[in-house]
Design a protein around this ligand. Structure first.
Ligand SMILES: [Zn+2]
Length: 168
């Protein structure tokens, strides 16, 4: 059993709090959205409680510096991730749908809670939601001239590479 599993309902009932850091590279889905080898840490926190109607409510936050991939030049682009959400826990999908409609106007998200929730998944979801859909530099850096110790080698190689592909 992972140390990252909590009983989400109990966590809220007992108004527990947790915070910590996680290596970005340990969050696989987040890493896939980033440029290059993921580095750095995300700080996260979880605060359990209840909303005005007594529904279990989880506040989650994630902050840290990540390197996004610019959609225009494909270069790395630093992004200061700082996200905070309020999640209302529902016991099952049907209740979640009802709550979704009920709480449409409120700035909360409804999720199905469980007695064995991996809170790193919650933190990762939070981080993913905070990423811009199509990150772009305001001004893309000038592309660097390709640097090669042996000029011409690429050019010599490529005709053979092309022939090889034709045979296949
Ligand atoms: Zn760019």
């Amino acid at each position: 059993m992972s140390a990252f599993i909590i009983d989400a309902f109990q966590f809220c009932r007992q108004q527990e709090r947790r915070e910590g850091k996680v290596a970005v590279s340990d969050l696989r889905r987040l890493s896939e959205e980033l440029s290059g080898v993921p580095t750095g840490l995300l700080h996260w926190s979880l605060v359990g409680g209840s909303d005005r109607q007594g529904r279990p409510q989880l506040q989650v936050s994630a902050t840290g510096l990540v390197q996004l991939r610019c959609q225009r030049c494909l270069g790395p682009m630093p992004f200061d991730l700082a996200s905070h959400s309020v999640l209302v826990l529902a016991p099952d999908e049907a209740t979640a749908d009802e709550l979704d409609q009920l709480l449409e106007e409120e700035e909360v998200e409804v999720v199905v809670g469980s007695s064995a929730m991996n809170f790193l998944t919650i933190v990762e979801d939070e981080a993913l939601l905070a990423l811009p859909l199509a990150p772009r530099h305001d001004h893309c850096p000038e592309p660097l001239e390709p640097v090669s110790d042996k000029p011409g080698e690429e050019a010599r190689k490529s005709p053979f590479a092309a022939l090889k592909n034709l045979k296949n």
